[in-house]
Design a protein around this ligand. Structure first.
Ligand code: DQA
Length: 140
C-alpha cells in the first residue's frame, strides 16, 4: 500500500468559520474525514497533517524522506511566499501534488504566484474538497 502524506497550511484549521463564501461551510475535521475515507476507497495509506507554522511544515517534509511515497500539499498562504517549503520538497524529492480549495488563478494578484507549483507534478485549483480526491487518485 502506498503511503501518502497530506499537508495543510495555515488557517485551513478554521474551515467552516473562515470566509465561508469562498471556502464553504464544512469544517476542517470534515475535510480530514473526507481525505481518510477517500484514501481508504483508493487503497492508499494516508496521514493528514496541519500546521499554521512554516518551519513545522518544512520539518514535516524533511521527515517524510524514506517514509512516504507521495505528498499532497495545500500550503495555504505559504503557497505564495515560501521558498523554504519549495526547497524542502526539492530536497526530499518526493512526488508531490498541490491542491487549493479555491481557484487561486482567479483571485487577487498576490495569489497568482505559487512557489510549490514549480515542483509539484500536478496542481489542482478550485475544486473544493474533491481536489484532494483528484490528487489522491494521481498516486493510485
Ligand atoms: C488556499 C488559497 C490561498 O491563497 C489561501 O491563502 C489559503 C487557502 C486554498 O486552498 O484555496 O489559505 O490555499
Amino acid at each position: 500500500m502506498k503511503k501518502i502524506l497530506v499537508i495543510n497550511g495555515p488557517n485551513l484549521n478554521l474551515l467552516g468559520l473562515r470566509e465561508p463564501e469562498l471556502y464553504g461551510n464544512k469544517k476542517y475535521p470534515d475535510l480530514v474525514k473526507y481525505i481518510k475515507n477517500t484514501a481508504k476507497e483508493l487503497r492508499l495509506k494516508v496521514k493528514v497533517f496541519q500546521s499554521n507554522e512554516e518551519g513545522k511544515i518544512v520539518t514535516k517534509i524533511q521527515r517524510a524522506l524514506n517514509r512516504y511515497d507521495g505528498i499532497i500539499i495545500n500550503p495555504a498562504a505559504y503557497t505564495h511566499t515560501s521558498i523554504a517549503i519549495l526547497d524542502a520538497l526539492k530536497a526530499v524529492g518526493i512526488k508531490t501534488a498541490e491542491v487549493h480549495l479555491t481557484d487561486i488563478s482567479k483571485r487577487e494578484d498576490f495569489r497568482q504566484i505559487s512557489f510549490v507549483s514549480r515542483y509539484a507534478f500536478c496542481s489542482i485549483f478550485g475544486e473544493g474538497f474533491s481536489g484532494y480526491k483528484k490528487a489522491l487518485e494521481q498516486f493510485v
